[in-house]
Design a protein around this ligand. Sequence first.
Ligand SMILES: Nc1ncnc2c1ncn2[C@@H]1O[C@H](COP(=O)(O)OP(=O)(O)OP(=O)(O)O)[C@@H](O)[C@H]1O
Ligand SMILES: O=C(O)CCC(=O)C(=O)O
Ligand SMILES: [Fe+2]
Length: 644
Amino acid sequence: MLVNGHQIHSASTSSAGRVNFESSGYNCCLFAYGQTGTGKTHTVHGDWQSQEHRGLLPRLAEGLFERLGKLEGSSSRVRISYIEVYNDRLRDLLSPRSEFDGSPRKAVPSGPGRLEIRTHPAVGVYVENLQELAVDSFRDVARLVAKGEKSKKVERTTMNHRSSRSHTIFTFKVEVRKSSPEKNSMATIQIVDLAGRENEQTSECKGERFQELRFINRSLFELANCIHALCDGNREHVPFRNSKLTMLLSDSLTNNSRTTLLATLTPSPGGFDENILTCRFLESTGAVPELTWMIPLQERLASCIADIHEPTDLQFKLCTTVFRMLRTYDGTEPLALWLDDESFVSYCPDVCDAGIFHQLSETLALVASSAPRPPKDTSAANDRSQFYAAGTFEDAALEAAQRFRLNPRWCLAGRALQGQHVESVLVLRDLVEKETRRTLAAIPQLSAHLAEMPLFNSVLVNHYMDGQAQIKWHADDENCYGCPDQILIGSLSLGAPRRFELRRKPRKGDADRSAQARQSILLQPGSLLIMAGATQARWQHCLPPDDTTDPRINLTFRRICGDLRRGELPEKEQKKQRAKRRSRITTQPVVNRFAAAEVAKTLQAEIADLQSGLAEGEALSSAVTLLRQFSLVWAEDNTAQDCK
Ligand SMILES: Nc1ncnc2c1ncn2[C@@H]1O[C@H](COP(=O)(O)OP(=O)(O)OP(=O)(O)O)[C@@H](O)[C@H]1O
Ligand SMILES: O=C(O)CCC(=O)C(=O)O
Ligand SMILES: [Fe+2]
């Protein structure tokens, strides 16, 4: 991701800038994606006349001829083409008399000069009748682009006085000829300046501009769909044919191509939601969760929040947003995260001695072999056995408050831990209780729970035999835990590290799975995950299978308030809950008490510096600072990988 203004980094860090002419058939593609007016065209083109303010495309052209000039023992040929997609119609920007290829609704008879997208088994996707002009130097390219830019569809809108109303695709085809023909190579570089997305509900565009906007949003939607299909590994059924833009880009997205995504964000406070959409698009490309740059960044950001003692709501929102963008955590660092304005999770490693695992395994094995088999025991089928602690009234040694209560459902599926076995679990409950109180004390809207004694009066123990044992998507939102907006769960992990996933409960109208804003945390042995607020009401969690051969034990401590099961709530209580859900809690900044290192100070200083130089209302620019860190780590990492 690049934040507006990084002309210097752009060309060098994109894969397009590092195309390898030695390997034949190597294609590179760069997309500029973002809300309207956020600087895509500025970043791609910049000022061609100025060495300093040149954008990515001129820098690329310059670098290309420089590199070709240095190739020894070979000659080269470069051709360029420049095509515009406007309202799903095509136009050749390098052809002097070019017209659009016809109305999208009325079929225009094909004739000479009409642009047609075709596929050839050897060449792939190409546009019939599109001019490909030979160029020998940077100046040639600059001259032709200047001409093409004049005919580009640009209009004044409220968001941008020169808004691109079309997508443009600029292509370099580079042919390197060696002494023997079999060593010849060919590379294609495409730079795609996508038209900017704009919210149709809030847009002030009218008439023709609004019509254009709908075409723009539609084609970007189709592009996102293709990318999702590709990322889901569904290469057979990628809906490229749904728009001309996606048809044109199908080769770049699939065949032997390296794609770089350049996302532009706005520092304007009003653009917050649009920024999130842009980041979601990045996420949905699948590149984000896989990259190793997330870990150092995650550390930086964790410490950044840690050291802001009284963060403004805005700063808090920002940090949470960036965390949400990161989406996966390796579980070595603590984390405090608002999944949404009422759903909170926190994760803390090393809460208890991971060695307890062995002792507890023995206890569970003993109970499994001695206690009666529960009526709905599924442990043989799914390699996961369940236990619950059952403190009975005969346990004179236990204080009334320390007795464990049962969810009636558990008695059917799990085995009871009783007597001395309960004691070992009680020790763990005390630890979890202490840690949870500490965490929630910093969060005003969640600390109401702290009056409860004890916080947790029940526990479910899951014993996973290996990576094949899993737990599917669900929420721990049964009625016996009380109002689903306030269920508190403390989940202690021991044994093999396993990935824990969270997703917002699927809703009607979700376009795809990316709308569910998934998060994933690697739960390390000895760690505590706390789920609080409305997490059980709005989110689901699961533990997907993986290939570990090691066992794991998880203890979820909960608070049972009644014996009601799902669907058994009396009408009066239901009404009360509905009313409660309507009265929204306002988001308070959260001070993440997990302290860490200097990076925080650096970031804090940067934010302070930035804010002191800004007019009121522009505070969101600290997003730019955070995201700039983000982009730099990514850039560093990409460069490092490339050098290997
Ligand atoms: N880093 C920057 N420095 C100076 N000016 C900038 C910068 N980024 C963008 N601008 C200016 O902001 C305005 C909007 O930028 P630009 O046209 O590149 O946005 P865009 O994302 O391509 O918008 P659209 O999708 O509507 O075409 C332009 O006037 C541009 O010159
Ligand atoms: O094993 C885990 O980490 C999750 C267990 C869980 O979700 C549950 O018991 O409800
Ligand atoms: Fe659960």
